[in-house]
Design a protein around this ligand. Structure first.
Ligand SMILES: [Zn+2]
Ligand SMILES: [Zn+2]
Ligand SMILES: [Zn+2]
Ligand SMILES: [Zn+2]
Length: 294
């Protein structure tokens, strides 16, 4: 959340005013969104850092307070500073700075993925929450020596074209073998030819092996939503276990750190010294599951 002097935040803030007097004087500004056409004057705020609290550096939220010298601070900083301005020591926390509050309300900040095609705009500070579930978020090619990143569909075709040797294909609703060597650490399954990419990973620790299943995709509604069931069986089939998630986790980048949640744990004594995990997996598309239920 620290915003500091990040120069990327400095771009593209738009300030608009809907004050009637200003509208009368204004020239018409075309609005390319489908909202009701309103005559508003707009300009560009060149430094979005101005909208961060100068004390805590987080995005300002209303109410905004000022001291007699005009220094501003957010309401939580006024409390933690015990109403003493950090710049001049005069009292702060009673008088609000209405102009700063109005400017804050009038600012439209584009999604940080605007350069990748997202057209969403937000009030200042809200764009970060959206970024986490933006369908234009970049995904990274999981192959160790490849630096490709792109929108998930582009990544899927990139993967199909460039790394066909290391992938297995899966079909939703069908069991498929996911037998893997523990030393391989990762196994990729791709739906059809250029469909979503699923990573099955194993992480060997002292007591056993953790196995995870993740789809490489942004956490956006409607994008690569799957459920899965993973089945493990010891080599001669005398011990079995299964693990599944109604909602497969989506990640933009694979991580090689031992997971803390959402894993299947196969203890070493299940494996009887074998170097591989005999598994199969069934992946389902989430919408299709719901259709079956209704
Ligand atoms: Zn603050
Ligand atoms: Zn002051
Ligand atoms: Zn976005
Ligand atoms: Zn690649």
């Amino acid at each position: 959340m620290l915003r500091g002097t990040n120069s990327e935040q400095v771009l593209d803030g738009e300030v608009s005013s809907s004050h009637p007097e200003m509208q009368r004087l204004s020239s018409l500004v075309e609005d390319d969104e489908a909202e009701p056409v309103e005559e508003v004057r707009s300009g560009t705020l060149l430094d979005l850092d101005l909208l961060d609290c100068p004390v805590c550096c987080h995005a300002l939220t209303n109410p905004i307070f000022q001291c007699d010298n005009g220094h501003i601070a957010c309401s939580s900083c006024c409390v933690s500073l015990r109403n003493k301005c950090p710049s001049c020591a005069l009292p702060i926390g009673v008088y609000r700075n209405r102009l700063a509050e109005k400017i804050l309300e009038a600012v439209n900040v584009p999604c940080p993925n605007v350069k990748h095609g997202c057209t969403n705009k937000f009030s200042y500070g809200k764009e970060l929450a959206h970024e986490k579930e933006c369908s234009f978020a970049l995904c990274y090619c999981p192959e160790p020596d490849c630096n490709y990143s792109g929108l998930c569909n582009n990544l899927y075709s990139h993967y199909y074209v460039n790394h066909s040797g290391s992938r297995l294909s899966f079909t939703c609703g069908y069991n498929r073998s996911a037998w893997m060597h523990i030393s391989d650490k990762i196994l990729f399954l791709q739906e059809r030819r250029e469909g979503p990419l699923v990573a099955v990973q194993c992480f060997e620790e002292e007591q056993g092996v953790y196995v995870t299943v993740n789809c490489i995709a942004p956490c956006a509604p409607g994008v690569s939503e799957f459920s899965f069931e993973l089945f493990y069986s010891s080599y001669f089939g005398e011990k079995t276990m299964s693990f599944g998630l109604r909602e497969m986790n989506r990640i933009q980048k694979v991580s090689f750190e031992t997971p803390e949640k959402d894993f299947m744990f196969v203890p070493h004594y299940f494996m009887a010294g074998r170097p591989d995990l005999k598994m199969h997996i069934c992946i389902r598309r989430r919408g299709e599951e719901q259709e079956k239920k209704t």
